[in-house]
Design a binder for this molecule. Structure first.
Ligand code: FE
Length: 133
C-alpha cells in the first residue's frame, strides 16, 4: 500500500474535474445529503475516486443520519491515513487515502459497534463498484 500516486496539481485538476478536485485535493466538503452514495445500500466496494485504491466495504457502511456515507471502519487500516485537522476552529481527525493522499472526510468517535467510529466520507471522494455474484 506504500506505492504513492503523485501527480501535479494541474494533472489532478485535469483528471478529477473541478468538483472532485476541490474535495479530494483541497479538503473540501460536499453539502450534506447531496452526495451520490449517502443512501446507497448496494453490496460492493468503495474505491478512492482519485486513484482507485479500495477503501471501504459496504459491509461496514451504516446510516448515520449525517448526510454523508458513513462506515465504522476502513477496508484495511493501512488504506487510509488519519491526521489532526485544526481547520475551521475545530480539532478533528482528517481521513486521507494512503495511496494518493486525497482528502476523504473525517473520523469521529460516535460510531456504532464494533469500533465506535464513524468514518464520515464525501461521496465525491469515492467510486462504488457493485459486487456481482
Ligand atoms: Fe487515492
Amino acid at each position: 500500500m506504500t506505492d504513492k500516486l503523485n501527480l501535479t496539481e494541474a494533472e489532478w485538476l485535469e483528471k478529477l474535474g473541478p468538483e472532485k478536485y476541490q474535495i479530494l485535493r483541497q479538503a473540501g466538503t460536499e453539502r450534506a445529503f447531496t452526495g451520490e452514495y449517502d443512501g446507497n445500500k448496494a453490496q460492493g466496494m468503495y474505491k478512492c475516486a482519485g486513484c482507485g485504491a479500495p477503501l471501504f466495504s459496504s459491509d461496514t457502511k451504516y446510516n448515520s443520519g449525517s448526510g454523508w456515507p458513513s462506515y465504522y471502519q476502513p477496508l484495511d487500516p493501512d488504506a487510509v491515513d488519519e491526521l489532526v485537522d485544526r481547520a475551521h476552529g475545530m480539532v478533528r481527525t482528517e481521513v486521507r487515502c494512503a495511496k494518493c493522499e486525497g482528502h476523504l472526510g473525517h473520523v469521529f468517535p460516535d460510531g456504532p459497534a464494533p469500533t465506535g467510529l464513524r468514518y464520515c466520507i464525501n461521496s465525491a471522494s469515492l467510486d462504488f463498484e457493485e459486487k456481482d455474484d
